[in-house]
Write a protein that binds this ligand. Structure first.
Ligand SMILES: O=C(O)c1[nH]c(=O)[nH]c(=O)c1I
Length: 310
């Protein structure tokens, strides 16, 4: 069976890739993901200037997942954009993702204009969901701001762009968010970012330093929420807007469920942090075994075909 896929008309030889933030801060890390069984990579979310991020410890792997309050540390847009421009000349047949966001709407426009004016031919993932910059709300929880920002962006940005979303927990919010995204030529929505502002306690103490221990939750804890967001947007969005599924992917079975719920690409975060890039080959083999057992040749044989109980 084949686990190849396409996003916005770009072909990928595998439907698995890293989630932004994991294994993607440096060129060395990105090259390792690129040279693994992953079909693509996304960079760490880039801001205009490099950022040190929050004080450590700011990321912890825990038995059922992870907690992080990194605070958007990154090498700055130029570092990632220059690498991607060089890479697309070296490997023109492959497509990669650039994740970005400004520390303000104006900075977001500055960054996106730089990308627009560059020769970048890959996919842009606008991160509307970072939960860990003290004082900064998750943009996509503010529907008015999100609609205004996207309206401004699409006045000048013509390269393929998708958005990274926080998890929503209310059917009305799925309705309202989807109604906004359906207004714009967005190529994909990526559901979900970490569940924001969880708290992990060891003995009597928090596990991470920033924000008195509050941080985004990933891993097994979040798969039911991730699948619900993937499927809710799959049900509601214009079919021209594809879904990337992120959250709780440990095994081929988890990847299968994301695709069954409507995802065209599946991202791996916490599991990749714990296991390393060998996770991509393992999960791919597990997914192919499930597809073979069920007689599915391609993702399209089962993508979005979640059954209800009537
Ligand atoms: O703290 C971070 O850097 C971070 N952490 C997350 O869990 N999601 C995000 O989008 C980001 I930008």
């Amino acid at each position: 069976p084949s686990t190849q896929t396409q996003i916005a008309g770009f072909q990928f030889n595998n439907c698995l890739m890293n989630a932004a933030g994991v294994a993607c801060m440096t060129i060395a890390e990105l090259e390792e993901v690129k040279n693994s069984a992953a079909g693509s990579f996304v960079t760490k979310t880039a801001t205009l200037e490099p950022r040190a991020g929050n004080p450590e410890p700011r990321y912890r792997d825990v038995p059922l997942g992870s907690i992080n309050s990194m605070g958007l540390p990154n090498q700055g847009l130029a570092y990632y954009l220059n690498y991607l421009l060089d890479l697309q000349n070296r490997e023109p047949e492959r497509t990669f993702f650039l994740s970005l966001v400004g520390m303000s709407p104006d900075e977001t426009h500055t960054i996106l204009r730089q990308v627009q004016e560059s020769g970048f031919t890959g996919l842009t993932e606008l991160n509307l969901s970072c939960p860990n910059v003290p004082g900064k709300p998750q943009i996509a929880y503010d529907f008015e701001t999100t609609e205004k920002l996207l309206g401004e962006v699409f006045a000048y940005f013509s390269k393929p762009l998708g958005v990274k979303l926080p998890p929503y927990f209310d059917i009305v919010h799925f309705d309202q968010a989807a109604a906004i995204f359906n207004k714009f030529p967005i190529k994909f929505v990526n559901c979900v970012n970490s569940i924001g502002n969880g708290l992990y306690v060891e003995d009597e103490t928090v596990a991470i330093r920033p924000k008195n221990g509050f941080g985004g939750i990933g891993g097994e804890y979040i798969k039911p929420t991730a699948l619900a967001n993937v499927h809710a947007f799959y049900q509601r969005l214009n079919p021209a807007i594809q879904i990337i599924g992120t959250g709780g992917v440990l095994t081929g079975r988890d990847a299968f469920e994301h695709i069954l719920c409507g995802a065209s690409m599946v991202q791996v975060g916490t599991t990749l942090h714990k296991e390393g890039v060998s996770a991509f080959a393992r999960i791919t083999e597990e997914l192919q075994a499930i597809m073979a057992e069920k007689g599915y040749e391609t993702l399209e044989d089962f993508r979005g075909k979640l059954k209800y109980l009537g």
